[in-house]
Design a protein around this ligand. Sequence first.
Ligand code: ZN
Ligand code: ZN
Length: 630
Amino acid sequence: MHSKQPISLISAFLCLCSTTSPNLPFLSKHSSFYFSTQSHSHIPSIISPPTPKSPTLKRCIALLQTCNSKPKLKQIHAFSIRNGVPLSNPDMGKHLIFSLVSLSGPMSYAHHMFYQIHHPNIFTWNTMIRGYAESENPQPAIHIHDQMRISSIQPDTHTYPFLLKAVAKLMAVKEGGKIHSQTVRNGFESLSFVQNSLIHLYAACGLTDNAYKMFESMTPRDLVTWNSVINGFAINGRPNEALTLFRQMGLEGVEPDGFTMVSLLSSCAELGALALGRRVHVYLMKVGLSGNLHAGNALIDLYAKCGSIREAHRVFDEMGVRSVVSWTSLIVGLAVNGFGKEALQLFGVLERERLMPSEITFIGVLYACSHCGMVDEGFRYFKRMREEYGIVPKIEHYGCMVDLLGRAGLVEEAHDFITKITLEPNAVIWRTLLGACAINGHVALGEVARAHLARLDPKHCGDYVLLSNLYASEGRWLDVHRVRKTMLREGVKKAPGHSLLEVGNCVHEFVMGDRSHPQSEEIIDMLEEITRLLKLEGYVPRTSNVLADIEEEEKENALSYHSEKLAIAFALISTAPGTPIRIIKNLRVCADCHLATKLISKVFDREIVVRDRSRFHHFRDGSCSCKDYW
Ligand code: ZN
Ligand code: ZN
C-alpha cells in the first residue's frame, strides 16, 4: 500500500455508482454489528448435568424470554425467590443474566447474580464477558476471562468476539496480543468472525499494519472484514489506503453498507476530498441513508473539515433526528472555521432546547469565545460547564482558556492561569503560551514556556520556529542564530511540508521543490506571475532573509515555493474563475505564505480555505478569518 500515489477518485466513485442495492442495512457504530453472532434462540447446551426443571423454574424462564424491561426483570427475580427457585440454579442464573445483559445492565447487578450461581456454564461466562464488553467499563471482561481460565472452563467460538471487543475498547494492545496467541493455540483463529474481531482490535489500537496483515491472510472476506480494515485505515490517518481498499472492495463485488460509507466520509474529510464526499452524500440520498443519524453526523464532519461550513449547516438543518454529536460537530465546525458568533448562537439554541452538551461541545464553545476575543464570556462558560453541567475540565479545556487569554494579548494572565491548573500542564498548553508570547512579543514568558517544552517535547520543530520568531520580533538576531544552532545540534528534524488539493476527481499532493507534477512548468510560470502581481499590491517576499524567520519548512532559494503556494498556483490554472480553492496543509502556515495568500484572494478574487495543522484560514478579499492570529 503506497500512500503517496494520487488517488483516482473517479474509480472510487464508479464503485459507488455500480452498487444498485437500494436497501442497504445501516448499522449504528454502537450496535453489536461486529459481534452479533449470539442470539437468544442460539443457546449452547449446558455443560453441567441437566436437572429436572420445576414448573416454577419453567415459568420464570418463559417470562424472562419475553421480558422487555428492567422493572419486569426485577419482578420475575423476586417471584422466583418467593417461589423457591434459588439463583444458584445455573438455569435460572443463566437466563436472568442473559436478559439483564440484553437490557444493557447494570453490570453490578449481573455481577452480583453471577457469583451466586453454582458452576455457571460457558454460555453464562460468555454473557458476562459480553455484558462488560458492551458497557461503559469493559475492564472486568478481561478479569472474567482470566477467572474462566483458572476455573478450567474451555472457551467456545462466542468467547473471543466479545472479549476482543472489550480489549479493543480498552485499546489494551498487550492483552490483545496475548489473546490472539490463545486463539492460535486453541484453533479459533481460523474462524472468520474471530479474525474480523482481531482486525477491529488492531485497528482500534492503531496497529493498522497488523490489521491489514490479518485482512490479507483471510479468505473469504465478508462485508464486516472489509469494513473493519477500511475503517482501520480511515481512523488511523491513512485515508488514501482506505479509499484504495474501497475501490478494491467494489472490484471484488462486495456491496458497501452504511458503515463503509461513514469510513469513506471520514477519509474524504481527512484528505479534504470534498467532491468525492459530495458524491458519497448523493449516493447516501439515493439509497435512502441520508436521514440516518450516523451518516448525517459524518456528513457534518466532512463539510466542516473541508471548510464548507454552509453545507455542514444545511445537513444539520435537514436532519430529522439529531444527537448531541450532531450539535457538537456543527458548533466545533463553526468555531474552528472562524464563525465564533454563529457557534455561540447555536449553543444558545441547544441550551434552550434543554439538550445536554458534552465536554467536546464546550471545546467548541471556548474556542468560539477565544476567536471572538470574548474573554469574560469564555470564563463564564468555563465556570458554567462545571457548575451547571457537572463536566470536569480536561487539559484540552484549559488549553482553550490559555488560547483565549493569549489571543486577547493577556499573556501574563495566561501564565498565571497555567500555574493554577490542578492538572499537570502538557506540551500543548505551553506551546499555546509560547505562540501567544511570539505574537505579543513577550520574551521572558516565552523562555519560560520554552523551558517546559524542552522537558516535555524536546524534538518538536514547531517550538523552535515559535521561539525564533519571538526573538526575531524583538530584533534579537544572535538569539535567533542560537536557536537555529541548537536545532541543528539536537538533530531536530523538520517534518516535510505537503499540501493536498482536490481538482478534477483527483487529490493532488504538493511538496516543496518537487517538480514531478506533470504541469510543473506551468505552475512555476504561474507563481512568477502571482509574485509580479502581488508586488504591485506592496508584497515583499520574505524568502531571502533567513535570519528573519525560521520556518517549519525552509526555502532553499526564491524558486522553492512552499507547498501551499504550489497548490494555489495549480488551482488558479486548473479551475474556473471564482471557484473556491481548498487546501489541506500538514504544517502551520508560515507568515510569508499567509500574507501572500491574503493578497492572492484579493488580486484573483478567489475564496481560499487552508486547513493547517492547528486551524482553518478562510482567505477572502485580502483578509483571513484567523485575524492574523494563528
Ligand atoms: Zn510558507
Ligand atoms: Zn489565517
